[in-house]
Structures are given as structure tokens and as C-alpha cells.
Design a protein around this ligand. Structure first.
Ligand code: GPW
Length: 752
């Protein structure tokens, strides 16, 4: 391997030991770029295009060093020179191209596709200001533009690519690439990010994410998910989506032709996975291009495209399933609107069930388009797929049972253990040998479930991770976490169905319990992290409640030594990499049936946290694997929840009236507490929980409190707890994204 000292001398004219962290970081980034430039793209006749509005990549340097097999060596050479890789890595800026689980899943998938040596690229957009950067001001979320693109950026290229024809004007795209390396592979794949020639960053002020939404020719690639609370915003999203898929379709056709396709055999050369419905317009766009630019007959084009597109569904929440007024699509691209009308007419002719129509009352149901004109529709966990088949999409399941399949999500072990928890990776190597790094098989650990040496090494690994996390929280936001605290974490987007408000109500209960003299045997630190959509008022209110509770408790000398509530500012992949390895308890408390899968549940498990959960999403599969005693479950089942919704019989008020619950909910609006925060936000949230509680936090609250207390009690049996940790890690192999991707390829893609 390269001597970094020689590199330093030639790049900066001084020895490695004299470089700043920033210089070392750029030098290593250049080294990675050079190594990956020398790799050939993965070859194969049939290529996958994974189109996604989001790719939540996280920092790339460590991951790339791991995949190139340079990590240990680089780390050692830096250490010899008095530098630390983790400090060097801090200089790297995390790309802001994603939002939540869906975007992080896409990033894990790219890693696994490359690692399995499959020919497949990601396609997305290069958002200049990402989603947004979250700041807390007066215990409220402030959304700022996340200007992540810097001098040293990770993007390669930027050549002019394609013309995208909108109704009233045509724009030119630019294509950037981020190389995607596989673990131990000699070939690479690529993330292709399209940008707009003429995009104008100056439309965005420094201190707000407001901008002129009508300036489409200059704003198309400024933000991921621009505010859609008004019509201009919704129209802009349709423009963005069409821009993304038109570029994708043009790229797919050009590359297929380059590989020898005559386009009549296009489906042998390309398969498209659409990550949720955002890229659905790729279907009519491919058809348009085949017809208009390649003189293909409409029927043949439809036939070909219907054999090469597959759709992944990530939610059963009706409000999250995209529907666009046909009139909007018409304004963006009349050709696409015309094709959608024709595709809809075929369905209307063959099926009279209103539930399966593509256009209903002038509104286009994107998922319906994707299901009718695709080869596959998959859910992301067993329970989720079952709900799709039996209720949400049952009308489609009756027509196309063969299209439905489950692909339980997964996570890449390169980032979620080798990268974020090297001491754990090392312990796994010494206990199991290093094969787990490629097979993902950790079940051999079960042979050591009662091995005191392994259990105590595991305890050291956790203590180490807590040290790194405490340092991060101190550095990031000045928070001091007690050394022996139990670490209890809920990190994910803020959403009512994920029920951060239920954990907040538990905190109120615990606060009052401690006030009453029931002091816990050790300090408890509860950590939240997550952004709320700027237009989602109740989610903003939930953040405000959490932050106000955090301040309130920190200011109470009776309680502060025993209970701490923290919310990490600007939760992102980097924060996750610090928090997850340190966690003792993984909070997965969504209302059963609502969380399609969850993926942080898998990351926590892999890092030895014990899950406290409802039987929702992939929690069900985790519970089956680890077995009773190694997981804590509570709450109404998904069948009960579905029945309550169907009957309309859930009555929040009847739960609110229970004295034990009322006390907790009313705490939000007690005059002293409210004086510390925003009365408007706290009252609105109070009234929502007490009067509506659409996601039934009060239904499960009493059992949640009981089970949570049991978890904290059990934690004190340190030996038994270490065993639970081990059993969880041992079963995490199922959730390697290498397994997920092998299944996508075996069942849907058939690459190579
Ligand atoms: F609502 N997910 C997400 F389905 O992160 F579109 N963003 C989204 O917009 C949606 C789903 C959408 C998440 C799911 O909530 C989570 O359960 C799942 O694990 C993840 O996607 C990856 O499949």
C-alpha cells in the first residue's frame, strides 16, 4: 500500500505528521478517487437502474477505505504519525441528498449491489441544499439550507448530459457521478446524480429555506422535497420528478444501445427499480422516448416497459401515497399526461373495480400506474407485505398475485458495524473469524452465549462506544452524559405514527415518579433525534415538547441527576453512527401496522441494543429471531389496530379521562411548564393527543410504561443483559442488505 508519508510529501511538501486534519482528509479523498478511477464498471448485459429521489449516503471516506481494503493500514499509518482517522474524517462534510429510512435504504443497497458484484447504478438528483439543516432555537426547530457542496466535493464529472423538454421550455442537464465501491471488489458501480444547467444558488438566502418556487428554470435542483403546502410547491415537485426520470430514461436507453440493444430487446438490457412512487413517471417517459425518438409503436413500447420496471412500496399511510392532479402533469409535460391517459384507458377497459383505476376524479394515483405497468410490487417487511396484499392493495393482489413479493429491508454491515463500531467488528473477528464480513452470518456467537470472556469483552465494546458517543454529544451540543447512564434512544423522522409523543409522555411519568422519591438505581439518558417536515405542524410541536421537557428536567435539581432528556441537533448519518453503537435500548414504538419496516431497529440490534417495541414492521421478524426474553414487546397488535380504524371505535377521550393518563397529558399545559415554552404549540399538541390521538398513543401508553420499567429493572442484572445483547447481535445477520439484494436479484432483477 501507498506510504501516506510519501503522498503527503508530494502533495503538501511536508511529512504526514505535519498535516492538518483537513489536509489529511483531502489527501485521503484524492487517494480514494485515484484508486476508484482505476476500477472498471461492473460488467453484464442486463443492468439495474435504482431510481430514487433520495440517497442518504453519509460520509464516504471511511466506507470507501473499508471497501478498498485500505482501512486498517491507513488508520495505522495515521496513528504512527500522530493523527487519528476519526478526527480526520470529521473534516468531511456529509452529503445532504436524503431524508430518512427510504434514502438510507437506497444507500445501503448501492453498497450491497456493488459488493455482490452486480451491475447496477443509482440514479437521483444533486440537491444543492439537500433537505435542510436543523437547528434548535428557543426549543423549536429552525430549518436552514444545508449547503453541503464545498470545494473538496465528492462529485466527479459534471458534463452536459440531456435535454429535458417541459411544456413551455427545455432545460439541459448535467451529470455528476459518485463512484460506488464494493467490499473487496475489483469493479465499481456508480451513483449518477443529475443537476440542472443554470441552477441558481443565489435564489436561496442563508438563513431560511424559502425561495421563489416558480423560477423552475433556476430552482429545480436546489432542495429535496421542497415545501408542498401550496400549489407552486406541488407543481415544483412534479417538475423535479419529471426532470429526474427523463434523465434516467435517456441514460438507460443510451447505455442499452451502447451495450448492443436494438431497443426491441431493451428489457434484456435494463431493469428499473423505482424506490417508492417518486420515479413512477419513468414508465410513461420510457414509452414516450421509444415512440417519439425511436419510432416504436405505442403497444410495443408499453409491452417492453411493462417488462422492465419494478416498484417498492414503503408505506401503507394513505396520505403518503402520491397522487398528482392530471392537470399538474399536463402543465409540466402534455406528452406524459397524454400517455398516462392512454395507459389509464386500457385499465378502465379491462377492469371495472374503481379501486384499481389510475386516474380517479382527475387525479393520477402513481402507485396504481406502477403496479399495472410493472413486473413487481414489493413491501419491505413480512407484515407490511401481508398488509399490502390483504388490505391496502388487495384489489391489485387479486388481479396480479404473481407480482407481489416481500423483500425485508436490510442494512450494510460495512457502515453499520465495521465503520461505526470497529471494536465490535474486532471482537466478532476474534470470536468467529472474519468470514462474517462477507457472509453476514453471526449465529456462531450463540455458542458463546454463556462465555464470560466474550460477554465481558462485549461489555467493554459497549463502554467504548458510549465514550465515543459522550464525546460526540459534548462536542456537538455541549451535553454532558453521565458515564454509567443507561442509554435509551429513539432516532427517526418525527411523525405522529412513530409516536415520539408517547415516549415524551413516559418521560413525564418518570419525572413525576422520581419527584415522588422513586430514584432509579442509575442515571437514565433518553436521546431523541430526527427532523420534522417544516410544514408538519404537529411534528414541530412534538419537537418543542421534547426540547422543553429536556430543559425543564435539566433545571430540576431533584430529578436532573437521575433523568436526562437530549435531542441531538441535525440528526443525520454521522450522528447515527455515534448514537447507535452506544445504545442500550432501541425504541421502536410505532403504532402497529404503520411502520412499513424500520431499519434503525436492525442497526441497533446489530450493535447490541435490546429492542423495546410494538409488533410492527421488521420488529416482528426481530422478535421471531431473538425469541422471548431477548426483546420487549407491548401494545395493540396490527389486527386490533386495523379493527379499531375500520370500526372507527378508538376514542382518545375515554383514555384521556383515566386519571393516570390525564395527569401526564395535562402536564404539557400546566402553567409552570407552559411558561417555559410556546403556549400555542403545547396547547395544540395537548388538545390533539387528548381529543384525537389518531395514532393511538394513549391506547398503548399504560402498557408501555410498565414494560419500560421492566426493561430498566432488567438492565441492572448486568450478566443477563449482556447475554441478551449477544443474542441480538447473533441474529442480526438476517438483516444484512447483502441478503436483501441477493433476493431482489434472484426474484426480480436477474442481472448479469
Ligand atoms: F412514505 N419511508 C421513508 F413510504 O423513509 F414514502 N420515507 C418515506 O417517504 C416513506 C417511507 C414513504 C421509510 C418507512 O417509513 C420505513 O418503515 C422503512 O423502513 C423505510 O422507508 C425503508 O423501506
Amino acid at each position: 500500500m501507498t506510504r501516506l508519508n510519501d503522498l503527503a510529501l508530494s502533495a503538501y511538501g511536508r511529512p504526514l505528521a505535519d498535516l492538518s486534519n483537513q489536509q489529511a482528509c483531502s489527501m485521503l479523498q484524492d487517494l480514494v478517487k485515484e484508486r476508484s478511477a482505476a476500477l472498471a464498471p461492473t460488467a453484464g448485459k442486463r443492468r439495474l437502474y435504482y431510481i430514487s429521489a433520495e440517497f442518504l449516503l453519509g460520509k464516504l471516506l471511511t466506507n470507501n477505505l473499508i471497501n478498498l481494503g485500505l482501512y486498517e493500514d491507513v488508520k495505522a499509518q495515521l496513528e504512527d504519525a500522530g493523527l487519528s482517522l476519526s478526527e480526520v474524517e470529521e473534516c468531511e462534510v456529509e452529503p445532504s441528498l436524503g431524508n430518512g429510512g427510504l434514502g438510507r435504504l437506497a444507500a445501503c443497497f448501492l453498497d450491497s449491489i456493488a459488493t455482490l458484484g452486480l451491475p447496477g447504478d443509482g440514479i437521483g438528483l444533486n440537491y444543492h441544499f439537500g433537505l435542510f439543516r436543523q437547528k434548535f432555537v428557543q426549543n423549536q426547530q429552525l430549518a436552514l439550507p444545508d449547503a453541503w457542496l464545498g470545494e473538496e466535493d465528492v462529485l466527479v464529472g459534471g458534463r452536459e448530459a440531456f435535454q429535458v423538454p417541459f411544456a413551455d421550455f427545455t432545460v439541459t442537464s448535467k451529470l455528476y457521478t459518485i463512484d460506488v465501491l464494493g467490499y473487496g471488489r475489483k469493479t465499481k458501480n456508480r451513483l449518477r446524480l443529475f443537476d440542472l444547467v443554470g441552477v441558481d444558488d443565489t435564489l436561496v438566502p442563508h438563513d431560511s429555506i424559502e425561495f421563489d418556487k416558480r423560477e423552475v428554470r433556476r430552482n429545480l435542483t436546489l432542495f429535496l422535497y421542497p415545501d408542498d403546502s401550496d400549489e407552486d410547491g406541488r407543481l415544483l415537485r412534479v417538475y423535479q420528478q419529471y426532470f429526474m426520470v427523463s434523465n434516467a430514461a435517456q441514460l438507460i436507453l443510451a447505455e442499452a444501445v451502447e451495450r448492443g440493444s436494438n431497443l426491441h430487446d431493451l428489457a434484456d438490457y435494463a431493469v428499473v427499480q423505482i424506490n417508492d412512487t417518486h420515479p413512477t413517471m419513468v414508465i410513461p417517459e420510457l414509452i414516450r422516448l421509444l415512440e417519439e425518438e425511436h419510432d416504436m409503436a405505442f403497444d410495443e413500447a408499453v409491452n417492453i416497459v411493462s417488462r422492465m420496471v419494478a416498484y417498492t412500496n414503503h408505506t401503507i399511510l394513505a396520505e403518503a401515497l402520491e397522487k398528482w392532479p392530471l392537470a399538474f402533469i399536463e402543465r409540466v409535460s402534455p406528452q406524459i399526461a397524454a400517455i398516462i391517459r392512454k395507459l389509464d384507458a386500457r385499465i378502465a377497459k379491462n377492469y371495472d373495480d374503481p379501486a384499481v383505476q389510475i386516474i380517479q376524479d382527475g387525479v393520477v394515483h402513481m402507485a396504481h400506474l406502477a403496479i399495472h405497468y410493472g413486473i413487481s410490487v414489493n413491501g419491505v417487511a413480512a407484515l407490511h407485505t401481508k398488509i399490502l396484499e390483504e388490505s391496502e392493495l388487495s384489489s391489485f393482489y387479486r388481479i396480479y398475485p404473481e407480482k407481489f413479493n416481500n423483500k425485508t429491508n436490510g442494512i450494510t454491515f460495512r457502515r453499520w458495524v465495521m465503520g461505526c463500531n470497529p471494536p465490535l467488528a474486532h471482537l466478532l473477528d476474534t470470536t468467529l473469524g472474519s468470514e462474517w464480513r462477507t457472509t453476514g452470518d453471526l449465529t456462531g456467537l450463540l455458542d458463546h452465549a454463556d462465555d464470560q470472556d466474550v460477554l465481558s469483552a462485549l461489555a467493554d465494546v459497549k463502554a467504548d462506544a458510549k465514550g465515543r458517543m459522550r464525546a460526540f454529544m459534548l462536542e456537538n451540543q455541549g451535553a454532558h452524559i453521565p458515564e454509567d447512564a443507561i442509554i435509551d434512544v429513539q432516532v427517526k423522522r418525527i411523525h405522529e405514527y412513530k409516536r415520539q409523543q408517547m415516549l415524551a409522555l413516559y418521560i413525564i411519568w418518570k419525572y413525576l415518579d422520581i419527584k415522588n422519591g422513586n430514584v432509579p438505581p442509575r442515571p437514565i439518558t433518553i436521546v431523541f433525534g430526527g427532523k420534522a417536515a417544516p410544514a408538519y405542524t404537529i411534528a414541530q410541536d412534538i419537537i418543542h415538547l421534547i426540547l422543553t421537557l429536556s430543559t425543564w428536567i435539566a433545571n430540576d435539581p431533584d430529578v436532573a441527576p437521575h433523568l436526562q432528556v437530549l435531542m441531538v441537533e441535525n440528526y443525520n448519518v454521522t450522528a447515527a453512527e455515534h448514537l447507535i453503537p452506544a445504545a442500550d435500548i432501541s425504541e421502536q414504538i410505532s403504532l402497529a401496522s404503520k411502520e412499513a419496516s424500520g431499519t434503525s431497529n436492525m442497526k441497533f440490534m446489530l450493535n447490541g441494543a435490546v429492542t423495546l417495541c410494538t409488533l410492527d414492521g421488521a420488529n416482528v421478524e426481530i422478535a421471531d429471531l431473538v425469541g422471548e426474553g431477548n426483546i420487549y414487546t407491548f401494545g395493540a397488535s396490527s389486527e386490533e389496530v386495523e379493527r379499531l380504524y375500520a370500526e372507527g371505535s378508538y376514542d382518545a377521550r375515554s383514555y384521556y379521562r383515566r386519571p393516570g393518563i390525564k395527569l401526564l397529558v395535562d402536564f404539557m399545559t400546566n402553567p409552570h411548564f407552559i411558561a417555559m415554552g410556546s403556549a400555542e404549540r403545547l396547547r395544540r399538541l395537548h388538545d390533539d393527543v387528548a381529543g384525537k390521538d389518531w395514532f393511538m398513543a394513549l391506547l398503548d401508553l399504560e402498557e408501555y410504561i410498565q414494560v419500560k420499567e421492566a426493561v430498566y429493572r432488567d438492565f441492572e442484572d448486568r450478566g443477563a443483559w449482556a447475554r441478551k445483547e449477544l443474542v441480538n447481535i447473533a441474529h442480526a445477520g438476517t438483516f444484512s442488505s447483502d441478503r436483501t439484494i441477493a433476493q431482489y436479484n434472484g426474484d426480480i432483477w436477474h442481472l448479469g
